[in-house]
Design a protein around this ligand. Sequence first.
Ligand SMILES: Cc1ncc(C[n+]2csc(CCOP(=O)(O)OP(=O)(O)O)c2C)c(N)n1
Ligand SMILES: [Mg+2]
Length: 371
Amino acid sequence: MHSTTDIPVPAQKASGFLQLIDPDGHRVGSAEERERVRDLDHDALRGLLEDMRIIRRIDEEGTALQRHGELGIWPPVRGQEAAQIASARMLRAEDFVFSTYREHGVAYCRGAEPTDLARAWRGVTFCGWDPNAIRMAAGQVIIGAHALHATGYAMGIAWDGDDSAAIAYLGDGAMSEGDVSEAMVFAASFRVPVIFFVQNNQWAISEPVTLQSRVPLSERGSGFGIPAIRVDGNDVLAVASATRTALERARTGGGPTLIEAVTYRMGPHTTADDPTRYRADDEVAAWEARDPILRLERLLDREGALPDGFDERVTARGDALAGEMRAGCTALSDPTPESLFSHVYAEPHADMDAQREALVAYLDGLEEAPR
Ligand SMILES: Cc1ncc(C[n+]2csc(CCOP(=O)(O)OP(=O)(O)O)c2C)c(N)n1
Ligand SMILES: [Mg+2]
């Protein structure tokens, strides 16, 4: 019998993806590929850069708040800003997002306020925002489950004859889940307007993607009959282009698309994780050189499109929003214990009422009630 170390694990191809900005900030790619995103001019690129820098600052604040005991846990997004911002900015307000726990950048683009991003991690609510208002469901912690929700929602869109789309943000690890496989079968069979946007950040906690897939994840699409695009996830233009292609297909009855955005989780899995126990410093350093924010800054700088004062203005705005998040978070009040029973069913329920009353009676009997 082999031990796992005897089995060679092939490295996934690093290249073989759509790239329009290389890590040094040079424009690359064919004329045809560049044409798709020609309207994303310097102004638009500065907007994407500002979004990415804001979300990096908010992400740092999330970690700081957890370290200060104000949040129970925080899943950092550092390194994945281009994948999230450039895809989310291509969506229309009426599209619907189904995400994991790490999509702070997507939630920000949908209109979540800084404090909204902290609420659930403080444990005071199940979802930090109103899902119907910003058209983004609560972050899903059950890996891959929301691929089914997105597909079901997109089946509804198809039946309504609407031209909106659903997008499921998944991780590389989620691609090993049965739920995702089942979702892809339904999505392909019914040609529904859903995008499976996989952020391949190379790790599922301590499990490398090379152990979960012998081929690039995008290659799985063809087995389901789903067209796939493998894209440099640290390149805003490439991500925008791929997302546009997928949205166009969705809106015109062409069915689902799988996007594999190749990126990297630069921080720990969550604030409860120590990645130095399972990954090498030189791997992290290699990805730091491909940082999505530096890459776009290099491009704009090279093209003379980073005006004086931009850096200071964005830093100040990021600090202000982080301050808003900190103040908003620490001012949140704790829910009462009995409110737990209010959210189990949409309608009142006799069993829940009975359980609520029992808890209230128990708490009232305590010398020091925690309410
Ligand atoms: C069904 C299920 N199995 C296991 C877990 C525990 N778990 C939480 S995060 C995670 C890794 C997910 O990795 P990936 O899909 O690559 O997303 P990432 O965290 O890298 O963004 C696992 C296994 C879970 N939450 N749900
Ligand atoms: Mg991952």
